[in-house]
Design a protein around this ligand. Structure first.
Ligand code: ADP
Length: 397
């Protein structure tokens, strides 16, 4: 008797003795008809371009079509097929046991689910699987699965989702940019406005010292706004690749000493900056001096700014394999680990800033300048004790 099949036959009439010629003829006809229907079914499912699998309620494979064998790389030999079990297959074909089907009742509605398949070569495919239980005589019911390959649709959807996420992120950044800029401009503008008002109303009554004090406040607020505008122009130039490198010969020792002097004179704090040259003091490199100066001054002035009392900074320089390496190491307040990944984003200020002034633009500009030199910038820090910025820049020929 046929073990598996889709078309159910009427049982042989129990009235005819099983060894009578009529019963034997009927049995032969039924076997032939079963074989024919099995071949017909196989031909039909083989003609289907989508992979098809049918397994019984014990999970044993009944049949698969050519497309299934090609897609899931299995052999269609009948003996081999009978040894396949959905339980062995579910790890790669179905993502969880319920979906694998052995717990489904015969009357369960048709179900559809997504299946992600990765072949032996690591190629990824997505299928929309339509799964339906069908009644068969033995052993009760079979599960029919049709696999629609939706890989290209899924990839297009993923691309669309990525584009959407980017769009959302750009919008978020734009909003953050506008609110930070307006906030940053509001403070100096209100200082200018209130100082101007006071001068206007009380001009006759103000002493010279008071007057000078208000003018000083106005000048420093204007300076702050001016610096911010210049920084924004630099960022926008770097973003739109409008910054061109102007190379010149730079004598390392003189250059680094001038950076140290400039840092010391621009900060109100006292401290020590030690230059550690691991190259010939007379070494000359070819680079864009203005841009290099901007990067290093930012790191040095931050090192002086982000410390509680007097600063203590090591400024190391070395040349190796056509690259110049700068290390700025301080013994300041340090940066919390969770802030590190965001440090080079525009307007980002870590949680360590307290009342220390700043706008979070310096490091993002430094990073852009390092990038346009095809260089690298990184940071290591121990919260509460030290911070080290490393910069490496390929030397221009
Ligand atoms: P700003 O100093 O104007 O806030 P930056 O872009 O130069 O902006 O720096 C971003 C943030 O990185 C700072 O707000 C500060 O939190 C942190 N930071 C930078 N350098 C140091 C340093 N040497 N020590 C501790 N924190 C630092």
């Amino acid at each position: 008797m046929q073990r598996y099949g889709f078309i159910l036959h009427n049982s042989i009439s129990s009235k005819i003795p099983s060894n009578s010629p009529a019963a034997i003829r009927l049995k032969k006809r039924k076997t032939a008809s079963n074989k024919l229907s099995e071949e017909f079914n196989q031909t039909v499912i083989d003609a289907m371009p989508a992979p098809i699998l049918v397994y019984d309620c014990n999970g044993r494979f009944i049949t698969v079509n050519k497309a299934f064998c090609e897609t899931f790389e299995i052999c269609r030999n009948k003996n081999i097929l009978e040894n396949y079990n959905i339980k062995k297959f579910k790890n790669f074909m179905f993502e969880n046991e319920e979906i694998a089907g052995e717990n489904l009742s015969v009357n369960e509605e048709q179900m559809e689910f997504l299946h992600h398949y990765i072949d032996e070569n690591g190629n990824s495919k997505w299928f929309e699987v339509i799964k339906k239980n069908i009644k068969i005589k033995t052993p009760g019911y079979a599960t029919f699965c049709l696999f629609n390959d939706i890989t290209s649709r899924k990839l297009a959807e993923d691309k669309l989702m990525d584009a959407l996420k980017k769009e959302i992120e750009i919008n978020r950044m734009k909003n953050q940019f506008i609110s930070t800029i307006s906030h940053e401009f509001k403070t100096p503008l209100s200082i200018i406005f209130s100082s101007g008002e006071l001068i206007d109303y009380y001009f006759d009554r103000l002493t010279k010292t008071q007057l000078k004090d208000y003018v000083k406040k106005i000048k420093s607020a204007v300076k702050r706004m001016n610096e911010m505008i210049e920084n924004l122009i630099l960022i926008s130039k770097a973003e739109s690749n409008k910054l061109t490198l102007i190379k010149s010969e730079i004598e390392i020792k003189t250059f680094c000493e001038s950076l140290i002097e400039e840092t010391k004179s621009s900060t109100k704090k006292n401290g020590k900056i030690t230059l550690l040259l691991h190259c010939e003091p007379s070494a000359i490199i070819k680079a864009d001096e203005k841009i290099l100066r901007h990067i290093l001054l930012n790191l040095l002035s931050n090192a002086a700014k982000y410390c509680t009392e007097n600063y203590e900074i090591d400024f190391e320089v070395s040349i190796d394999h056509n690259k110049i390496f700068f290390v700025v190491k301080d013994k300041g307040i340090g940066i919390n680990e969770q802030d590190i990944p965001n440090l080079f984003k525009a307007f980002y200020r870590a949680g360590n800033t307290g009342k220390i002034p700043g706008n979070g633009l310096g490091l993002s500009i430094a990073k852009k300048f390092v990038d346009i030199h095809n260089g690298e910038i990184s940071v290591e820090s121990e919260y509460g004790s030290s911070t080290k910025f490393n910069v490496s820049i390929p030397l221009l020929n």
